[in-house]
Design a protein around this ligand. Structure first.
Ligand SMILES: [Fe+2]
Length: 229
């Protein structure tokens, strides 16, 4: 997907994740906040024809090479677009109660157990001061890491590939949970679709070499012309 970016459809009804995430929160989050990031990203790229041929993920991956005039807008709205695109895919009805196969093995190997992993991610997301995200991401060695980012900062800006993220902006939970972010984080595990998470992981693990090579080439290309802007 490249410019102009459009708001991805949810793929399920706003009330599909009740009672864990309420319908009104889903509607506002998707149709107002996610739509806002999408529109603002398009506005930021208006007139930047050379940037318009790239995906939002590519722009974030090579954030440091972007013209400084668009960096803040891409950081906030490109990050907002990509983060929410992933978030609304991984929270979805269905899927098993716990991860299976390679995903389960990697979680056990990396964190000791599923419960230990959940505790670590909930802790990272729960202690993020202000607005931000908690992440399960792959580092450049293909290892799992758990951490949080501030605002709409994407793990891609630091060379990580996110597997899934949990949104801890107040707009994600305040209507139902008010200031009780830990309760929202507990509920989150009930709506996380492990099949989608496994699919995300398989896509990355299944083709890391070509993907990373493409990104490397992109980096060289974008640096060539970024200097001339
Ligand atoms: Fe959000």
């Amino acid at each position: 997907m490249s410019y102009p970016f459009s708001l991805p459809e949810l793929g399920y009804d706003y009330d599909a994740l009740e009672p864990y995430i309420d319908s009104k929160t889903m509607e506002i989050h998707h149709s107002k906040h996610f739509a806002g990031y999408t529109n603002n990203l398009n506005a930021a790229l208006e007139g930047h024809e050379k940037l318009q041929k790239f995906s939002a993920e590519q722009l974030l991956w090579h954030f440091d090479s972007l013209p400084t005039s668009v960096q803040t807008a891409v950081r906030n709205n490109g990050g907002g677009f990509v983060n929410h695109k992933l978030f609304f895919r991984v929270i979805a009805p269905g899927g098993p109660e716990a991860p299976e196969g390679m995903l389960a093995d990697m979680i056990d190997d990396s964190f000791g157990s599923l419960d230990a992993f959940k505790e670590k991610l909930s802790g990272a997301a729960g202690t993020r001061f202000g607005s931000g995200w908690g992440w399960l991401a792959l580092n450049s060695f293909g290892e799992f890491e758990v951490f949080s980012t501030a605002n709409q900062d994407s793990p891609m800006m630091d060379g990580y590939v996110p597997v899934f993220g949990v949104d801890v902006w107040e707009h994600a939970y305040y209507l139902k949970y008010q200031n009780r972010r830990p309760d929202y984080l507990s509920a989150f595990w009930n709506v996380l679709n492990w099949d989608v998470v496994a699919d995300n992981l398989a896509r990355v693990i299944g083709g890391p070499a070509p993907m990373l090579k493409a990104l490397e080439d992109f980096g060289k290309e974008i640096r060539k012309w970024a200097d001339k802007l």
